[in-house]
Design a protein around this ligand. Structure first.
Ligand code: NDP
Length: 328
């Protein structure tokens, strides 16, 4: 078995040199453990934060130690009465082709008629992030105008579709004409190409003449400032991520921040991990929208454990449409 270890900590944008593929020692299972052959591995933007040696909500990856992340795989050996060979499961021992773990660290896949890797995307952590951010943080309601950045990504594309299913007017932003066309095909009423010539603040003003009620932020920076410039009375901001600043030490300039006073806007950050209690509600609603044909999932698949750093780095260069996945 092999695993990616953190070879060095990045300064700014990570590179391939920050990762090293190593042979894992083979070991027998202890009582209560299972061996899982990983089929699908997740790469996610939050992993960038774990490459830094700073205290945060997730502990830093340790130098020269295997990295962690979401994974879906098949139990191939079990010394636990909770799992048997052939069971498909999910767990957090990703970045490797095989994982040996205590059965308590492993969860069976929910009973929904979707391919197993969907539980790393729309029906997994990114999908739940979209759901929680919209319903609990932004408290979205029918008729709201919702703006979402990184709208062609895993979280953003799900935000677009849930917001449409809930009767909202949806504006997305994404990089490049192909991604924008795809976001439109998901039902977005307008899409901004933030890599185009028009600054986001101007482009948003053109498509949101009456302003926005909700901003679902995946990007931060210029996008957040544009949302502040165009927010309406009582707007709600669900601050999910700020990928624009993960690789830079430059401070964010928010020229329009004072608008939150007159508009009484509410800006709230959140972590999906604080909302595990909404899992039943999430699977119920997502299951319903799936069977009504209201959810489309798209994946960008990179083949082979050996290409995992490439897949990860691709997140910061717009290399994915929908969920970025590694097929082992
Ligand atoms: P995505 O699938 O959206 O992948 C990242 C995308 O971000 C890229 O495809 C790229 O799309 C876009 N991007 C990259 N750099 C920039 C930039 N400088 N400016 C604008 N867009 C950029 O990732 P996820 O859906 O997994 O995550 C989306 C966001 O949600 C991230 O910020 C992540 O950290 C956050 N998150 C937060 C969670 C929470 O609990 N708070 C949980 C999960 C995710 P493009 O080609 O359009 O530029």
């Amino acid at each position: 078995a092999k695993a990616w270890v953190l070879a060095s900590r990045p300064n700014g944008m990570p590179t391939a040199e920050n990762f090293r593929l190593e042979e894992l020692p083979n070991r027998e299972l202890a009582d209560g453990e299972v061996r899982v052959t990983n089929r699908w591995l997740s790469v996610d933007p939050y992993m960038r934060g774990r490459m830094n040696d700073v205290k945060s909500y997730a502990p830093p990856f340790q130098l020269d130690q295997p990295m962690q992340g979401g994974a879906v795989g098949e139990v191939v050996e079990s010394r636990s009465d909770q799992f048997k060979p052939g069971d498909m499961v999910q767990h957090m021992e990703g970045w490797r082709d095989e994982a040996v773990m205590k059965a308590e660290a492993v969860r069976p896949l929910p009973q929904l008629d979707v391919p197993p890797q969907a539980f790393l995307g729309q029906l997994g952590m990114p999908g739940m992030t979209a759901y929680v951010g919209l319903t609990r943080i932004a408290e979205v309601k029918e008729g709201d105008t919702v703006f979402v950045s990184a709208a062609a990504g895993a979280v953003g594309s799900t935000v677009v579709q849930i917001a449409k299913a809930m009767g909202c007017h949806v504006i997305g932003s994404a990089g490049g004409p192909d991604k924008c066309a795809w976001v439109q095909s998901l039902g977005a009423d307008a899409v901004i190409d933030y890599k185009g010539d028009v600054p986001v603040v101007k482009a948003l003003g053109e498509v949101a003449r009456n302003g926005i009620d909700v901003y679902f932020d995946n990007v931060g920076g210029e996008h957040l400032d544009a949302a502040l410039a165009h927010c309406r009375q009582g707007a709600r901001f669900a601050i999910c991520g700020m990928i624009d600043v993960y690789n830079t030490a430059e401070p964010t300039k928010l020229r329009y921040l004072p608008r939150i006073i007159a508009t009484r806007a509410r800006i709230q950050g959140f972590l999906v991990s604080d909302h595990v209690d909404c899992a039943a509600e999430f699977y119920r609603d997502m299951g319903g929208w799936l069977s009504d044909g209201k959810l489309k999932a798209q994946e960008t698949v990179v083949d082979g454990l050996g290409r995992m750093p490439e897949a990860f780095l691709g997140l910061f260069q717009g290399g994915n449409t929908g969920k970025m996945l590694v097929r082992v």
